[in-house]
Ligand binder design. Structure first.
Ligand code: KG4
Ligand code: ZN
Length: 345
C-alpha cells in the first residue's frame, strides 16, 4: 500500500522526472542535482504539419513514447528501477490529456516501486532548471520565465516559494513568436525561425513594445504587437510592396524581448537581489540572452542562463524541482489529478 507519510528522506536521492505537459515526452534521472540521464521524444515535427500543437495528437504521441523514453532514461543513467528513490512528474499546467499520460505513468511507477510520488508545477520546473546549471545557486533570485504558455518575472524567495512580480495580460511571448511566424509564412515552432530570419534584418520598424504603459503593476501584452505585425504585412501586400520579412522579424523581436530583459534586471536592482536566472523556450533566443547578459553586466548582477536544452521543456528541470520538494517531504497522494491551469505553488 502506498502511504506518503511512511517515506524516509535520503541525502542524495535518485529522482526520476517525467514531463508530458505539451509536445515533448521527457524523462530524466538526477542524483541530487547531478543529471545522470536526460531523454526527450518530441512530437513537434508532426505538430508542425498543423501549424501548432494539436492536443489529441500530443496525447497519443505521449502514450506511444512514455514507456520508451523512461526505459532509455533509466538505462542511460546506469541505474536499475530499484535504485529510484522518488518519481517527480508534471501535474499542471498544460494540456490536460497530455498531462494525464505522464501523471498516470508516474503514479504506476511510484506505486510499483513504493517510492514517493512528487507532483511538480511546470512553471516551478522552469525556475528550477537554473539549479542544474549552477549547483551552488541559492534563493533569493529573480527569474525571467518566457515560454509558449507563460510569460512572467518571478521572485524566488526560498527553494519552494516564488512570487509573481510581472506577467502578461494576454498571449505568452512564445505564443506571439509562433503567431508572428505564421504571418511571415515560417513553420512552427516560430521562435527559432523568427530568430534566424531576424539575424538577416534591421530592427527599423516601430512596432509597439510588449510593455504595457501606465499601469501600477508591471504588465506585458502581446496582442497589440501581434496585430501591428499583421497590419503592417497586410498593408504592404495591398500596396504591392514586398514585405521586408527579415526587418519585420528583427523589429518584432526587439519589441517583444527588450522589455522582458530590461524589466527583469530592473526588478533585481529594485529588490537588491544579485542573481538573475531564466527559463522557458523563449530563453533559447540568442538576442534575448545577449540583452540579459549586457543588462546584468552593467548592473553588476550574476546571470545564470541554463543551456538551451534546459530552457525548453525537459524532464531534468522537473526532477530538479522534484528534489526541492523531496527535501521537505512534499509528497503527493495517489488520487492527485492533472490540472490545465494551477497557481504557482
Ligand atoms: O518552454 P517551451 O519549450 O514550452 C512551453 O511552452 O512550455 O517553449 C516553447 C516556446 C515556443 O513558443 C517557441 O516558439 C519558443 O518557445 N521558442 C523561441 C525560441 N526557441 C523556442 N522563441 C524565441 N526564440 C527562440 N530561439
Ligand atoms: Zn514549458
Amino acid at each position: 500500500m502506498y502511504d506518503k507519510t511512511t517515506f524516509k528522506i535520503k541525502k542524495d536521492p535518485v529522482i526520476l522526472g517525467i514531463e508530458s505537459s505539451c509536445d515533448e515526452t521527457a524523462c530524466a534521472v538526477l542524483r541530487g542535482r547531478k543529471i545522470l540521464s536526460d531523454e526527450i521524444i518530441s512530437s513537434a515535427a508532426v505538430q508542425a504539419r498543423y501549424g501548432g500543437v494539436v492536443p489529441e495528437i500530443a496525447s497519443r504521441a505521449h502514450t506511444e513514447a512514455v514507456d520508451e523514453v523512461t526505459r532509455r532514461a533509466v538505462t542511460n543513467a546506469g541505474i536499475t528501477f530499484s535504485d529510484i528513490d522518488a518519481v517527480a512528474v508534471t501535474y499542471g499546467a498544460g494540456l490536460l490529456g497530455a498531462l494525464l499520460v505522464g501523471l498516470s505513468f508516474a503514479k504506476a511507477l511510484a506505486y510499483t516501486l513504493n517510492v514517493p510520488l512528487i507532483a511538480v508545477n511546470h512553471i516551478r520546473g522552469h525556475i528550477s532548471a537554473a539549479y542544474l546549471d549552477d549547483e551552488t545557486l541559492k534563493p533569493p533570485f529573480i527569474t525571467l520565465l518566457a515560454s509558449g504558455g507563460h510569460t512572467a518575472i518571478l521572485h524566488t524567495k526560498s527553494f519552494t516559494e516564488s512570487v509573481v512580480l510581472a506577467s502578461t495580460s494576454d498571449d505568452a511571448a512564445g505564443e506571439a513568436f509562433d503567431k508572428c511566424a505564421r504571418v511571415l509564412g515560417l513553420p512552427y515552432p516560430g521562435g527559432p525561425n523568427i530568430q534566424k530570419l531576424a539575424e538577416k534584418g534591421e530592427a527599423n520598424i516601430n512596432f509597439p513594445s510588449a510593455l504595457v504603459k501606465n499601469t501600477t503593476h508591471t504588465q506585458f501584452s502581446y496582442s497589440g504587437l501581434k496585430t501591428s505585425v499583421i497590419n503592417y504585412c497586410h498593408t504592404a501586400e495591398q500596396k504591392g510592396i514586398e514585405v521586408p520579412k527579415a526587418d519585420v522579424a528583427a523589429s518584432f523581436q526587439k519589441a517583444a524581448l527588450n522589455p522582458l530583459a530590461d524589466k527583469t534586471v530592473e526588478f533585481a536592482v529594485k529588490y537588491g537581489i544579485n542573481t538573475v536566472t531564466a527559463g522557458g523556450g523563449v530563453i533559447a533566443n540568442s538576442y534575448l540572452r545577449e540583452r540579459l547578459a549586457k543588462n546584468c553586466d552593467r548592473a553588476g548582477i550574476k546571470l545564470i542562463l541554463p543551456e538551451k536544452r534546459y530552457c525548453t521543456d525537459n524532464a531534468a528541470m522537473i526532477a530538479s524541482e522534484g528534489y526541492n520538494r523531496y527535501m521537505i517531504g512534499d509528497f503527493a497522494d495517489m488520487d492527485i489529478n492533472a490540472a490545465a491551469a494551477i497557481p504557482l505553488k
